[in-house]
Design a protein around this ligand. Structure first.
Ligand code: FAD
Length: 315
């Protein structure tokens, strides 16, 4: 994005490297953009374990647009013949991966959380039925396409080394039927909900939009993104972009704090794979406590300001 890899790219590097040697594969990164700094990309991604960077640099790729991107990626995959193609389970990846899979007539595993090689075969795991079961898949086509759930693999750290950069000339890109006129960022200074390391979600227990400042203040101290439940979005208290759950965003942060959230199955399916879950609810029987690692039974209007104060003192 804007010429720099997002965190999910580093996470996918870890995922790819975990199976590359057993699959007898090298690890390459495909970079789309217009006027990319190839040297910076080679150093950054090379140090994190990429062996090659395939650069698609053109005015067509300045902003994300599914038609030219999918056409170029198809050509690249057909020429390079990778075994496995990973895309982030991000708005771009969710849009691009199925179209690419259809063009290549290849199988696609979406929202994956595990990769391993067993008896020379690549096995993929992914949550199904709102995270109630974990399925193991074997994709029979080549290449295997998969979208990777953010915050599942640790981002690859810089350990030294530089990647080779190759420019890929996509000459089979049809003219796009849509044009991106502008891309506007939303959400101010807070991290993006989908890949934030810490998420604080407030549910209907917060009583009204005027009380959201309580969770926003806590989020600011922790550098967290703010999420919410569908009940809150349906009530018009918060925008849909903040909804976590089956019909909202899937998040998998290191720390998820649920404030005044009952823990309905449809909410849990969007945050179940969070590493540590803290729930604050005045009802000791709220279902969220069955999933939470830490539970605080109490009135959020007392607990949340107290947490914010305590954390400020620790700074
Ligand atoms: P409630 O269930 O009303 O819970 C509020 C909680 O706040 C209660 O547990 C209460 O004890 C607690 N509370 C109240 N006052 C306080 C206080 N002062 N201090 C502390 N705690 C307090 N929901 C989603 O979130 N995401 C989805 O994507 C989603 N998709 C859905 C899809 C379908 C097809 C359907 C049918 C439903 C979906 N839902 C989704 C809705 C879901 O079933 C629940 O209705 C919703 O998650 C409940 O939101 P809530 O926890 O904010 O509200």
């Amino acid at each position: 994005q804007d010429g720099t890899p997002k965190k999910i790219t580093y996470e996918m590097l870890t995922a790819a490297r975990s199976v590359a040697s057993e699959m007898d594969c090298e690890v390459a990164v495909v970079a789309f953009g217009d006027g990319l700094d190839e040297e910076a990309l080679a150093q950054d991604l090379g140090a994190r374990g990429a062996e090659r960077i395939l650069v698609l640099d053109s005015a067509d790729f300045a902003a994300y647009n599914v038609e030219p991107w999918a056409a170029a990626l198809r050509q690249l995959v057909e020429e390079e013949e990778p075994e496995l193609v990973l895309l982030g389970m991000t708005p771009v990846g969710r849009d691009l991966a199925p179209r690419l899979a259809a063009k290549l007539n290849a199988g696609l595993a979406s929202d994956i959380t595990g990769l391993r090689v067993e008896d020379g075969e690549l096995l993929i795991t992914r949550p199904m039925y709102s995270g109630q079961v974990i399925a193991t898949l074997r994709v029979k086509s080549t290449p295997v396409l998969a979208t990777v759930r953010p915050n599942t693999w640790a981002p690859a750290q810089a350990e030294g080394g530089a990647a080779e950069v190759e420019t890929f000339e996509a000459d089979d890109v049809p003219e796009a039927r849509t044009e991106v006129l502008a891309v506007e960022a939303q959400g101010g200074d807070r991290p993006d909900l989908s890949d934030a390391a810490t998420v604080i979600s407030a549910g209907r227990g917060i009583k009204g939009p005027e009380n959201f400042h309580l969770v926003e203040e806590l989020a600011d101290v922790l550098g967290a993104a703010v999420g919410t439940t569908r009940a809150v979005v349906d009530a018009g208290w918060r925008p849909y972009e903040e909804q976590v759950g089956q019909t909202g965003k899937t998040v998998s942060p290191n720390l998820y704090i649920a404030v005044g959230v009952s823990g309905a199955l449809q909410h849990l399916s969007g945050m179940r794979t969070s590493k540590t879950i803290v729930a604050i609810n005045k009802d000791p029987d709220a279902p969220i406590f069955r999933l939470a690692d830490y539970g605080i039974v109490g009135d959020l209007f007392e607990v949340v300001p107290a947490m914010t104060e305590a954390l400020k003192e620790m700074e």
